[in-house]
Design a protein around this ligand. Structure first.
Ligand code: MG
Length: 254
């Protein structure tokens, strides 16, 4: 496995990409409310990205013979886990929605996501989102020089305890000139295993937990991933650079 190390100049471009990603996600977070649909949030994202001189990474993305992805965002509601296509589904009070955003700025990609409640949500939904967010930050804490990739995966997975399902088929990844690069980063693992982490590596960490069984399936649109048992799922993601001083979250919303 060859994992790219970013130069100082590349890291600075990734910081700028990450900052734009954070600004646009903050606008999206403010726009989430009952009655809004995916199209409207996607239009907002496309406009805000263009105004910042960047491009929406996800538009036209077509791996493995899939139909080109149409949106700037992924918009995944309740039992939808990830890769939901933003469309006419309207947010209702009590829903939870995952918004995933890729930004390309001067050739460098930042990838980040959050899950938010629409109005007031159940305590179970709140606890699920809180655990998934805490798992992301546990993973970020472990993303440092001297640790191994398994330490990151294990730190994320440990937060699920036996309370939440950990989705196995999807995970984090290296990121840079392309969105999906080596290594793949599972959301479960064993400490002390895997490659050693080095300064200059940049990862997108993205835990996904479910309230029910973690099995997933793809819908007929060939993109949307849903929980097979229809249970709620949550997803949080940040792009993180490993520096000599520790992890630097490039996509953090201040
Ligand atoms: Mg990602």
């Amino acid at each position: 496995m060859s994992v790219e190390l970013k130069s100082r100049a590349e890291l600075e471009l990734m910081r700028q990409s990450g900052r734009i990603n954070a600004e646009v996600r903050a606008l999206l977070a403010e726009a989430i409310r009952p009655g809004v649909n995916g199209f409207e949030l996607d239009r907002l994202a496309k406009q805000a990205i263009a105004e910042r001189g960047a491009e929406p990474t996800f538009v036209g993305y077509a791996p493995l013979g899939k139909p080109p992805y149409p949106g700037a965002i992924c918009y995944s509601v309740n039992e939808e886990l990830v890769h939901g296509i933003p469309g006419e589904r309207v947010l209702q009070e009590g829903d939870i929605v995952s918004i995933d955003l890729g930004v390309t700025y001067r050739g460098y990609v930042s990838d980040a996501a959050f899950t938010a409640g629409v109005g007031t949500v159940t305590p179970e939904a709140d606890a699920l989102m809180d655990a998934t967010r805490r798992a992301l930050w546990a993973g970020i804490e472990a993303t440092r020089v001297g640790n191994r990739l398994g330490d990151v995966s294990a730190a994320i997975g440990a937060v699920a305890e036996d309370k939440y399902g950990i989705i196995r088929g999807y995970g984090g990844h290296g990121v840079g000139r392309k969105m999906h690069m080596e290594p793949h980063i599972p959301n479960f693992g064993r400490p002390g295993m895997g490659m050693r982490l080095m300064a200059g590596m940049v990862f997108a960490l993205e835990p996904m937990f479910s309230i029910g069984n973690p099995a997933t399936e793809e819908t007929d649109d060939e993109w949307t991933v849903v929980m097979s048992d229809g249970s709620l799922s949550a997803h949080f993601e940040e792009t993180v650079a490993i520096t000599a001083d520790g992890p630097e979250v490039l996509t953090r919303i201040d």
